[in-house]
Write a protein that binds this ligand. Structure first.
Ligand SMILES: *Cc1c(COP(=O)(O)O)cnc(C)c1O
Length: 378
């Protein structure tokens, strides 16, 4: 049975394979013996390789060991969590926060705690797979509005809100595969008007937008979004997920979120690294600005729209065309993986470029020349 399922994937160019990939500290990636520059990593600030961050991780291992030993409610809540959670809440202008094992686990665990039978979850249709997992795990009804379409969102609220007790609106601050941002001011207004909660997944905004605070701060609505989720695994350079919210919400999640309660706490090194990374982000405002400047250098040379984040997609259409373009770039020394369905909707396979502080102007200029060679822009 597995073989026939694999053959089907193979036939539609949708089979995926793990490739051993080495990463260096200036955006280098080594794959199949070839040294390349990666333009598909989410380590936007290079913090996974930062000396201070690595140092903090090593010290945490020396002091607390390699693993957490149990879930946070048992013995896995080592002393490093408190500092990290206090800082995350401060960054997102909420009362409190709680750290999960990953962003996926946070999104999986939160919706079922806040909503259930008789409630409605209304989400952007392009929401991340982990949000869909959380929506499915909840007993609430779910509806999806057209991507970033506030008229559609309002139409659904108008028609449906009255039939439900609670309503939770979910979206991404920065869309992970499209690089555009959600209209957060309008969403806050709709949430207010229709008495709904708003939850944002800002996996790709933290460390980049709003002086590092994320897309809510960038949009000037930091204090208005009651549920702000994010990950420590992208610009923060470590691992883990989190949600920032009011204290009672956080207390409820600690009591009820199954993906928090029944999963082992993070290794101490991951927590220490995340705190150290937040230190760097707070102190080095210049560093935080660089990834967006790199993305702009890329889009301007190719006459693409101004980037809204460090993520710039070039849609090729079929999975085959995306794979072919990715191979051309690899021959030119650039690692940009093809993104195919089901990660993105059918017919919208793409190259997803991400820009980071460690990319040089020259890297970008050479990448631009390589992209022209792929022929995908014509
Ligand atoms: C990566 C990502 C996640 C998952 O976060 P992890 O910490 O990697 O599990 C969730 N949402 C979005 C939008 C993401 O891009």
């Amino acid at each position: 049975m597995a073989c026939s399922k694999l053959a089907e994937l193979e036939a539609t160019a949708l089979r995926r394979e793990l490739s051993e990939t080495g990463r260096g500290d200036a955006g280098e990636a080594t794959r199949d013996g070839q040294q390349m520059i990666s333009f598909c990593c989410n380590d936007y600030l290079g913090l996974s390789q930062h000396p201070q961050v690595k140092q903090a991780a090593s010290e945490a291992i020396k002091q607390y060991g390699a693993g957490a030993g149990a879930s946070r409610l048992v013995t896995g809540n080592h002393p490093l969590y408190d500092d990290l959670e206090t800082r995350l809440a401060g960054l997102k202008e909420t009362e409190a926060s709680v750290v999960f094992g990953s962003g996926y686990l946070a999104n999986l665990g939160i919706p079922p705690v806040l909503t259930g039978r008789g409630d409605l979850i209304l989400a952007d249709e392009l929401s991340h797979a982990s949000m869909h997992a959380g929506i499915r795990a909840s007993n609430a009804d779910s509806l999806f509005f057209r991507h970033n379409d506030m008229a559609d969102c309002q139409r659904i609220l108008d028609e449906q809100r009255g039939h439900y007790r609670h309503c939770l609106i979910m979206t991404e601050g920065v869309f992970s595969m499209d690089g555009d941002r959600a209209p957060l001011v309008e969403l806050c207004d709709l949430a207010d008007r229709y008495d709904a909660w708003l939850m944002t997944d800002d996996a790709h905004g933290i460390g980049i937008l709003g002086n590092g605070r994320g897309s809510a701060a960038e949009a000037g609505v930091g204090g208005r979004i009651p549920l702000q989720m994010g990950t420590l695994s992208k610009a923060i350079g470590s691992y883990g997920g989190f949600i920032c919210a009011a204290k009672p919400v956080i207390d409820l999640l600690i009591n009820r979120a199954r993906s928090l309660i029944y999963a082992t706490g993070l290794p101490p090194a991951a927590v220490a690294a995340a705190s150290a990374a937040l230190d760097v982000i707070e102190k080095d405002e210049q560093l935080v600005r660089i990834p967006m400047e790199r993305a702009q250098r890329f889009t301007r040379q190719l006459s693409l729209p101004e980037p809204e984040s460090t993520i710039v997609p070039l849609i090729t259409g079929t999975a085959e065309t995306a794979l072919a373009a990715s191979r051309v770039l690899a021959e030119e020394g650039f690692l940009v993986t093809a993104i195919r369905p089901p990660t993105v909707p059918e017919g919208t396979a793409r190259l997803r470029f991400t820009f980071a502080a460690h990319h040089s102007d020259e890297d970008i200029d050479r990448l631009v020349a390589a992209v022209r060679k792929t022929g995908i822009l014509s």
